[in-house]
Design a protein around this ligand. Structure first.
Ligand code: B12
Ligand code: SF4
Length: 494
């Protein structure tokens, strides 16, 4: 039986994007690898970022990548294997095509399969680049079937949600996997020590503490116009039971010595009873862990009582996404968000010793200067309430979202440019200026209203005991600069 080699591409971003990309433990492929293995297929992972996280190289002149080059990945992939490439985001588009070409150049008849969040929405581009199959949506319920078909000398016949060279595309639009029956992620296939040594990730990484990205649920029932989650999950929200979540946490603690969990769910707290049971299980079971929500919690699912329970169970950081201070813009986004609740939630969390982040997006089509003034005013209010950091990407469209066809969001030349600093937008300079000044407003108000906490933040940046993404990023920039210097003269990949 041929081995499946799952590839996580190097992390890529536009050189002109000052904020870069956020590397972290790739949880999705680790869950997928475990399911494929449980179905009886040998599997290994080539994590091109995690294997060489300090190695920068230039990709197609305008992009900066980190990790192994496409040629090195192809060299490491046995010719008699089946290759599977995980394409998480639009920024990995051309890099993944390049990996496909390198793999095919070395072994033209070796099957190459792509899958992942981004590949789900533009499967044909990867078939055109030379891939044999593109799996759309969840991988667990169709990759084993495809591998079995390939072993029998067939292909994707009879399987839905797989695009192939014959052009047949039947798109699966709803999540269906029973998460409780799914094995725990095969994270031992990843270069975990490298991630732990890095000292940064998506959520704030604690010094000398092993962390793990985990998923306790999948999908989201909301329908924000800029987000791919509704299309990816078909509006479904799937959950693991509290018991299973607790077992998974205990397994990571016992097997890998993990003590800090980064819960990466799209929408963790949809079911309040489930959250309460998980928290009570952590408290009563004396787990003694910490956890955070770097991908956010939905504000409507929280109140003071639930925050208290989460804090007692070990929550140390979470982010909320008001996105804007203007109700008009919220309507344009088709976003349900009761933004007046946020100041109360962050000050309550702050009093409990939990750090908070608020997420905004600048440049929603139809947003006016007046809306932006409302946003800045609202952010100053949050700074007074004690929020620890704000993050403000600039709106970029993603495939399969309403934003993708918006006339105001046109002008990009290729998918890879779809990042949170869309420098190709005609109004980018104005929007970038707005976000930079908004950061200045935020930190000045924070300094004036919470001087001690501001000074403590500076101290933590200095000592590396980061409690927020911003503190971690400040140190990361220095580390990245040193890595870039050490990588000078490195490869330039076309
Ligand atoms: C967790 C997460 C991360 C984690 C883990 C990433 C990973 N590689 O696994 C971290 C924090 C590292 C991360 C980083 C980034 N992310 Co992210 N991430 C998410 C998040 C919150 C959930 C995704 C998830 O885990 N879903 C559940 C799992 C099970 O699904 P999955 O990983 O896609 O894997 C399944 C299938 O896709 C498939 N599959 C996956 N790979 C393969 C491979 C093969 C061969 C097959 C057959 C199937 C298959 O099977 C898996 C199991 O079912 C979504 C949020 C959202 N609202 O959607 C964003 C999201 C996917 N991320 C996004 C972005 C932009 C990024 C970053 C670029 C952010 C940044 N500015 O730096 C970086 C990229 C870094 C990188 N190259 O990895 C965007 C993607 C938009 C786009 N199309 O470009 C999303 C949609 C968030 C958003 N709305 O902006 N992310
Ligand atoms: S932005 Fe958040 S709440 Fe809105 S659809 Fe996406 S994951 Fe759901």
């Amino acid at each position: 039986m041929r081995e499946l080699v799952l590839v996580r591409p190097p992390v890529v971003h536009l050189k002109a994007d000052f904020y870069g990309s956020i590397p972290g433990i790739p949880s999705g492929i680790a869950y997928l690898a475990a399911s494929v293995r449980a179905a009886g297929f040998p599997v290994r992972v080539i994590d091109a970022f995690g294997t060489a996280p300090h190695r920068f190289f230039t990709f197609r002149r305008r992009y900066r990548a980190r990790g192994l080059t496409p040629g090195e990945i192809a060299d490491l992939t046995p010719r008699d294997s089946i290759a599977g490439i995980s394409v998480h985001c639009a920024g990995e588009h051309s890099m993944s095509c390049s990996i496909i070409r390198e793999l095919k150049a070395r072994a033209p008849f070796r099957p190459v399969i792509v899958g992942g969040y981004h590949a789900t929405f533009v499967p044909d581009d990867f078939i055109a680049a030379g891939a044999d199959y593109a799996v759309m949506g969840e991988g667990e319920n169709r990759l084993p079937g495809l591998l079995a078909g390939l072993e029998r000398g067939l292909g994707a016949e009879g399987l839905e949600g797989i695009a192939g060279r014959d052009g047949k595309v039947e798109r699966k639009t709803r999540y269906v996997v029973d998460l409780d029956s799914q094995p725990f992620a095969a994270v031992e296939l990843l270069p975990l020590e490298n991630y732990w040594k890095l000292g940064y990730g998506h959520g704030p990484v604690m010094r000398n503490v092993r962390y793990m990205n985990i998923l306790t649920s999948r999908g989201c029932p909301y329908k924000c116009s800029f987000c791919q989650a509704p299309e990816m999950s078909g509006g479904r929200w799937l959950r693991k039971s509290p018991q299973r979540v607790l077992e998974e946490i205990r397994w990571h603690m016992d097997r890998f010595g993990v003590r800090d969990f980064h819960i990466q769910d799209e929408n963790f707290a949809v079911d309040r009873k489930r959250v309460e049971e998980i928290c009570r299980g952590l408290i009563d079971g004396g787990f003694g862990i910490t956890f955070c929500f770097p991908s956010g919690l939905k504000m409507e699912t929280l109140d003071r009582e639930l925050l208290e329970l989460l804090a007692r169970a070990g929550m140390r950081y979470f982010s909320l996404s008001p996105e804007t201070g203007s109700r008009r813009v919220l309507e344009l986004m088709n976003k349900t968000a009761d933004i007046d609740r946020v100041p109360g939630l962050v000050s309550a969390a702050s009093a409990m010793g939990v750090s908070t982040c608020c997420f905004f997006v600048a440049g929603t089509p139809g947003e006016t200067d007046e809306d932006r003034r409302d946003t800045r005013r609202y952010i100053r209010r949050l700074a007074r309430s004690g929020v620890d950091e704000v993050v403000m990407p600039v709106m970029t469209p993603f495939p399969a979202t309403a934003s993708m066809n918006d006339p105001e969001l046109q002008g990009f030349r290729e998918m890879d440019e779809l990042c949170f600093s869309p420098v190709w937008r005609r109004d980018y300079r104005k929007l970038d200026g707005f976000r930079r000044w908004t950061y200045v407003h935020f930190y000045v108000v924070r300094l004036l209203h919470h001087p001690l906490s501001f000074l403590a933040m500076l101290g933590r940046i200095f000592t590396g005991r980061s409690r927020t993404k911003g503190e971690m990023t400040a140190r990361r920039m220095v580390r990245d600069l040193l890595d870039k210097l050490a990588s000078l003269g490195g490869p330039e990949v076309e």
